[in-house]
Design a protein around this ligand. Structure first.
Ligand code: ADP
Length: 733
């Protein structure tokens, strides 16, 4: 910056100097040309006057002659007057011509060519003779001539004077010519000086300026090139970083799968309190790590500009319940009040990106619970039509630590956590809101926040949604049976009620255990009760115990629904308390299958464990730890399972024996999962294939579909999810 200023100053000084010199040269030229014109005019005047002297001397001589021979007295007077006039003029001119001989200090310039004519003469110099001539003429004019005055005007004498006056004219002409020559030389010299000044300017001012400008341009160009190279390097580094992040987060999934699987298996093995607690903690930490990996993957996507929405029809009440239920459990665990209100017009099916909406909602809810040490978290969900579009309005309000004004605008920036305190007391990488904002922007929605430090925050999210593209008419088959639903969370009651009604059962919802017990006391009868575990006052477990103990044989079947899988597994052993246990989101196919058994005499449906013949699953996996995890999960769930190491071995295993399902890793040596599935479909094998892989990109899921796979499970896979998917596909086939 300073260098640029000094260059500018130097440039300005130089061009001002150049302009000044040009102005000086032009000024001198103008003055010189004025002077030349003046001199020429004065020379012309002098020559003119010198020429006039000749004519005047003749006139004087003529008048003197007339006075010498007078005709009449009147003409004598007029001739004398004319003579006087001529003499005066002649004398004036004479003085003028003598004055023009003067130069500087000297009275007369002896170098002037007219000087010798005037002052050096034989016998008398011209100047003396002119004076004598004037004096004689005056005496004639006054009528009092001297005797010698007669000879003065004799032709011989006059001719001589005329000749000398002619010479004076020539001398002045000669002098003028000399001056013209000199001036012309002067003008040439001036031109030469101007040219030298201009050349000097070019050499000493403009050329250095030109050199400096071209040097500066060259250095600017060099800097631009360097900046471009740096930009390229930065871009490459950024791409490499994004790729590295994507690869790392992908690679991290594989060992995580092993860790999750082993912990889940250990949970099944060990039921002792302390060990269970340790394992639960390990799982919790693992999930936090997985969440962080997913956030980093999202950032990598954002940085590479790869935020692509995956819009499709989805069930909105199901999604809302899926998000709200686990956070309500967390809130209750922390002793917070968790409420949710939902407008009645929330449609069942909408068109949008459910994964991203879930991600945004989960982030807002988990922050609200995380940053609220006491008080409440309230969720308000509205469905509105605005600007010709349908909008999902979600407002999450908490009474937590709040955010001060200065930080409120920063929280949507990446890696921003409000202060040291929040970093120390609360977990998180400060990525969630930034990612959510990006996704909401891509969806065309708005995400904003208001907050008062120490009082709480309100996050408002508006997401535009479309109408479903396909018809979603659930065939309602009237079934016998009345089902009760007990859940304190409005969204859960609505969603479970919807499922149960769509399965064709009669349904009644209760917001608390007390309400259900009241209805039962006043004679209402139900075949089954879907009970939420986490409820204020009387929780799901206490309610089930009361129902079991109070109603014995008359007791409706109790089905536990919980957003917490630890709660579910805690009561897995106690068959007397719950008939079935469901993890939210409820698997509707499984629920329907179970509810169908309600009217049967034998109310114990077949489970995987009691099937007549075990379903046969072929596991294709090269990683030993992952293979062991999945094998264990499947075997514990009652499946027969055979493992092979790669696609080629899978093809030969499928030739030798038949399987109900293939669980296929994608990245494997010899032959990968995609090639193997393609080969299977190529030879007419329709066995369902499930991809079980760390490849989590949308493109990866699309690639699995394109080769004929029925499902795509991303590692680390959740045991429940794996078993559900396997069951669903085996039953369908
Ligand atoms: P983090 O994973 O750290 O929670 P987020 O991007 O979700 O990252 O949030 C950024 C920061 O914004 C948080 O660290 C916290 O300081 C602040 N913040 C977000 N939600 C809330 C809230 N409900 N109450 C108070 N502070 C919040």
């Amino acid at each position: 910056m300073q260098h640029l200023q000094s260059v500018t100053h130097r440039l300005r000084f130089r061009y001002l100097l150049a302009l000044g010199m040009i102005a000086l040269v032009i000024g001198i030229s103008v003055l010189a040309s004025h002077y030349v014109t003046y001199l020429q005019a004065s020379d012309a005047k002098t020559i003119n006057i010198a020429g006039m002297q000749r004519m005047l001397s003749q006139k004087i001589a003529l008048n003197v002659h007339r006075l010498q021979a007078p005709q009449q007295p009147t003409s004598v007077a007029s001739t004398a007057d004319a003579l006087r006039l001529a003499i005066n003029r002649f004398e004036q001119n004479h003085q003028f011509l003598l004055a023009s001989l003067s130069s500087g200090e000297a009275r007369y310039d002896s170098q002037h060519p007219a000087y010798p004519l005037y002052f050096v003469g034989d016998p008398d110099p011209l100047e003396q003779r002119v004076r004598d001539y004037i004096s004689a003429a005056r005496r004639w004019a006054s009528g009092d001539p001297l005797p010698q005055d007669r000879g003065m005007f004799m032709p011989r004498h006059t001719e001589k004077l005329l000749g000398d006056l002619d010479s004076v004219v020539s001398a002045f002409e000669h002098q003028a010519q000399l001056r013209v020559k000199l001036l012309s030389w002067g003008q040439w010299a001036l031109l030469l000086v101007a040219l030298m000044v201009l050349s000097g300017q070019y050499l000493y001012l403009f050329r250095p300026i030109e050199r400096q400008i071209s040097d500066n341009l060259a250095s600017l160009d060099k800097q631009r090139q360097e900046a471009l190279e740096l930009e390229q390097q930065a871009n490459q580094a950024s791409i490499a970083k994004s790729q590295f992040l994507a690869t790392m987060s992908h690679e991290l999934r594989t060992p995580l799968n092993g860790i999750f699987g082993m912990v889940e298996l250990a949970q099944l093995e060990s039921r002792t309190g302390t060990r269970q607690r340790y394992l639960n903690q390990a799982l919790k930490s693992g999930r936090e790590l997985l969440h962080l990996i997913e956030e980093i993957l999202d950032i990598a996507h954002i940085e590479s500009g790869k935020l692509v929405l995956k819009n499709n029809d989805f069930n909105l009440p199901s999604l809302l319940d899926e998000c709200l239920a686990p956070h309500s459990v967390e809130a209750h665990k922390k002793g917070l009040q968790f409420t949710s209100q939902q407008s009645d017009n929330v449609p069942e099916w909408v068109y949008g990106d459910p994964i991203r909406i879930k991600q945004v909602l989960n982030n807002l809810l988990s922050n609200a619970v995380k940053f609220t040490p006491q008080g409440s978290v309230d969720v308000d969900i509205q469905y509105r039509t605005d600007e010709g579009r349908d909008w999902l309005h979600i407002e999450v309000t908490d009474t937590g630590i709040g955010i001060d004004k200065a930080n409120l605008t920063r929280i949507f920036e990446r890696f921003t956590q409000v202060d040291e305190r929040s970093q120390r007391n609360y977990q998180g990488a400060g990525l969630g809101l930034a990612i959510c904002k990006e996704w909401v922007d891509v969806m065309g929605g708005k995400l904003s926040a208001t907050s008062i430090a120490g009082k709480g925050s309100r996050f408002t999210c508006q997401i535009p949604l479309g109408s479903p593209k396909a018809e979603h008419l659930e065939g309602i088959i009237a079934r016998e049976g009345r089902i009760a639903i007990v859940d304190d969370l409005d969204s859960s009651r609505r969603y479970l009620g919807l499922i149960v009604e769509q399965l064709g059962f009669q349904c009644e919802c209760f917001g608390s255990a007390k309400a259900l017990l009241g209805a039962l006391a006043s004679g209402s009868r139900f075949d089954a009760v879907l009970i939420d575990q986490h409820m204020p006052d009387v929780d799901g477990i206490s309610l089930a115990e009361r129902l079991r103990d109070q109603y014995h044989g008359q007791c409706p079947l109790r089905i536990l629904v919980s957003a917490s899988d630890t709660a579910l597994s805690a009561y897995a052993e106690d068959e007397t308390l719950f008939w079935r246990r469901y993890l939210k989101p409820v698997d509707t196919a499984q629920l329907e299958q179970d509810l169908r058994l309600l009217r049967r005499e034998d109310k114990e449906p077949a489970t995987a464990k009691t099937r007549s013949s075990e379903p046969r699953i072929l596991l294709v996996e090269d990683n030993d730890i992952n293979a062991e995890v999945v094998l264990n999960m499947l075997q514990v769930a009652g499946f027969f399972c055979q493992r092979v190491d790669n696609g080629e071995e899978a093809l030969s295993a499928l030739e030798k024996a038949s399987f109900d399902l293939v669980l296929m890793d994608i990245n494997m040596p010899v032959m990968d999962g995609l090639q193997a599935c393609k080969a299977m479909r190529g030879r007419g094998d329709t066995t369902p294939v499930v991809a079980l892989t760390a490849n989590a990109y949308d493109e990866d899921i699309e690639r699995s579909r394109s080769v004929g796979m029925q499902a795509h499970l991303v590692k680390p896979v959740n045991r429940e999810h794996l078993i559900k998917t396997v069951n669903r596909l085996i039953e369908r086939s």
